[in-house]
Design a protein around this ligand. Sequence first.
Ligand code: UP5
Ligand code: MG
Length: 190
Amino acid sequence: LPGKNLTVVFVLGGPGSGKGTQCANIVEKFLFTHLSAGDLLRAEIKSGSENGTMIQNMIKEGKIVPSEVTIKLLQKAMQESGNDKFLIDGFPRNEENRAAFEKVTGIEPAFVLYFDCPEEEMERRLLSRNQGREDDNIETIRKRFKVFLESSLPVINYYDAKGKVRKIDAARPIEEVFETVKGIFGPKNE
Ligand code: UP5
Ligand code: MG
């Protein structure tokens, strides 16, 4: 994506905090393209790519896929979209993801949405989602929570120290959360 002036917002938060739900709301109202790193990885499994089995095993264990794989998928999706404003949902998940994305793309996020939600609520949501996700079982959910605390929260803290984090109480009803989100994007992005 050489020479382009791109706007990227990272959308972060624990498993089941509502990242995907709120991104779907945001793209209805604002001129962004939603790219879920998890969705791109799940599509890669389905496509039968050579990395598919590796990705599937990592998702089953709640582990973070090597950043070169995820970044390639994100870059391809960004190019294909033709847009210049992106919500990148569920990435970067660790310090290595963050540093590699910045190095490879030269992109720094405009800001970071952080959906803050207690584990009990996230667990309830994931166990009642019923979309057949292989990682929505209690054993994998516990592993995802642990990886979030150990590897992903430090990324949020990194951006917080730079004044880039917009923290949102995500334990409220979907519409209430979206009211707060709208205030953050503001009228200029409509
Ligand atoms: N729901 C949503 N908001 C609600 C609200 N306010 N009140 C009540 N219910 C609400 O929501 C989850 C469920 O809750 C839904 O049923 C929804 O209706 C309801 P959703 O919007 O899907 O939450 P989200 O935060 O998107 O949850 P998700 O499970 O997608 O988060 P994860 O971060 O766990 O999943 P992701 O797809 O990003 O990653 C999956 C795995 O892929 C990772 O564990 C990892 O193994 C791998 N991965 C990588 O390795 N690298 C990456 O860069 C990305 C993923
Ligand atoms: Mg999601």
